[in-house]
Every structure is written in C-alpha cells, then in structure tokens.
Design a protein around this ligand. Structure first.
Ligand code: IPE
Ligand code: IPE
Ligand code: MG
Length: 241
C-alpha cells in the first residue's frame, strides 16, 4: 500500500466483547479478556506498519451505568493488565509504544485510585518512547471533553488572559486530551453498530469511518488491512471540490 495513503491517526471503538462471549456461552468478562488480546494484536500490527497515532476506546463515561459486577470486572482487568505490563519492561522497551490515557482521570473521580496510580506510572515509563503514540480512552466522553475545554477557556477569559471574541479553534483544541496530536483520519468500529457513542466528537469533524460486523475479540490484522484499503480509496475533500 502507498504510504502516502496511510492514516496518521486511527481511532478504534473496541466494541462487541459481550456478544462475542455470549455467542460462546461464556461470561461477558471472558469477552473483555479476549478484547485485551485483540488490542495487543492490533496495536502491534498498526505500529509495525508505521501508523504514528492510535486511539483505542476502552471505557466510556456512560459505561459506569452497566451492572456493578461488570464494571468491577472491567476495572479488575485494567488493574491486572497494567500490573503485568509494568513487569514486562524489556518487552515494553522493544515495542516502544508511548502510552497516554485520555478521559476524566482526576483524583476523586470514579476510576479507583490504585488504577489511576498505575496509569500514571505507565505514562511516565513510556514517556520517552518514539514508535507509536497509543492513546487509551478510559472514563472518556467526547461531550465531557469538549465541556472541559470550554471551561478552561471560560477560566482564561475570566482571568483576562483571552478575550471571548478572539477565541479560535486552536484555543479550543489546546484544551482537548489530544492537544498536539493530529486529528483522527480514520475511525474503525467493529460489532455492527454504526455510531460514535461519544467518541472523539470534536476531532472527528473530517474523519473517515469504517464499520464492520466482526466482533472486537475476532478483529485481526487482515481486518485492519481491509479498513486501510477502503481508507486509501476514499477521496477526502474537506469541503473543496
Ligand atoms: C466493548 O464491548 C467494551 C466496553 C464497552 C467496555 P461491550 O461490552 O460493549 O460488548 P457488547 O457491545 O455488549 O457486545
Ligand atoms: C462504546 O461501546 C464504548 C467502548 C467501546 C468503550 P458501547 O458498547 O458502550 O456503546 P453503545 O452503548 O453500544 O453505544
Ligand atoms: Mg458494546
């Protein structure tokens, strides 16, 4: 594939874990576990082929409304995954993924404090990595992100540092979790759903979309190739002719 037609930033909505498990008569947690394996597989492949920015949707602000047992199981899985990754330092140095977490990850929020600590450690230990930036969205909501950026601007205006009438799109973007990164070129959603579910609302203004019926745990590099081929054939006009 022509490198020029590769997206610089891909967003992936990792959906369908529960249905994958249900199809096999397994508890939903097993689906989430298989979803983590798919994440590792796709991240590795995308980094190999030279995608510089990836954003994976792992847990939304709305996912807290699920039954408490499922939420607890997902949090336990995050914890286990973070702890085991932390121990595999040699592997991490080989992968050279720069991990960043996006979402409302403030102390005192709903994400358990020990997980917040592990997330911060992971970000710090990968801060010098240069191969691929991997954003993982946890307690993430696009509307909440935009609201946060608007609050920041309101504060700056109240302090007299910016004027309301002079505000620019760049000022807004400086307050998004993805500040400094390119906008996503391609959004991939498996599992048959064709919606954003509050993912990267501002950033998606000119993204291309690729939907598939495959459930996330079954997602393979061949599916990513399919998405990339479809993307490469698109004509992105950005309003021009
Ligand atoms: C995605 O899989 C994982 C999270 C949202 C945490 P789901 O758990 O939504 O799986 P389905 O959509 O019920 O199959
Ligand atoms: C979107 O999936 C969120 C994540 C994949 C983390 P959901 O399963 O929560 O989305 P809806 O409820 O089908 O829109
Ligand atoms: Mg779902």
């Amino acid at each position: 594939m022509n490198n020029e037609n590769l997206p610089r930033h891909i967003g992936i909505i990792m959906d369908g874990n529960g249905r994958w498990a249900a199809q096999r008569g397994l508890p939903r947690t097993q689906g989430h576990r298989a979803g983590v394996e798919a994440f590792e597989r796709i991240c590795e492949y995308a980094a190999d082929i030279g995608i510089p920015y990836l954003t994976f949707y792992a847990f939304s602000t709305e996912n807290w409304a699920r039954p408490p047992e499922e939420v607890a199981a997902i949090m336990a899985l995050f914890r286990r995954q973070l702890e085991s990754t932390k121990l595999r330092q040699a592997e991490n140095e080989q992968k050279r993924w720069r991990i960043r977490y996006i979402g409302d990850l403030r102390e005192g929020g709903p994400v358990p404090p020990d997980i917040l600590q592990l997330l911060r450690e992971m970000e710090q230990s990968s801060a010098g990595m240069d191969r691929t930036v991997v954003n993982i969205a946890v307690n993430y909501g696009g509307r909440q992100e935009i609201l946060g950026a608007a609050r920041r601007l309101a504060r700056l205006c109240a302090q007299g540092e910016l004027g309301p009438d002079a505000l620019t799109e760049q000022d807004m973007e400086a307050g998004l979790y993805t500040a400094g990164q390119p906008m996503p070129d391609l959004i991939i959603r498996p599992s048959g759903e064709q919606r954003l579910s509050n993912f990267l609302l501002w950033q998606c203004a000119y993204a291309e979309f690729w939907f598939s019926d495959v459930l996330w745990p079954d997602f393979t590099p061949a599916h990513l190739d399919e998405a990339l081929a479809a993307y490469a054939a698109r004509n992105r006009r950005f309003g021009e002719i």
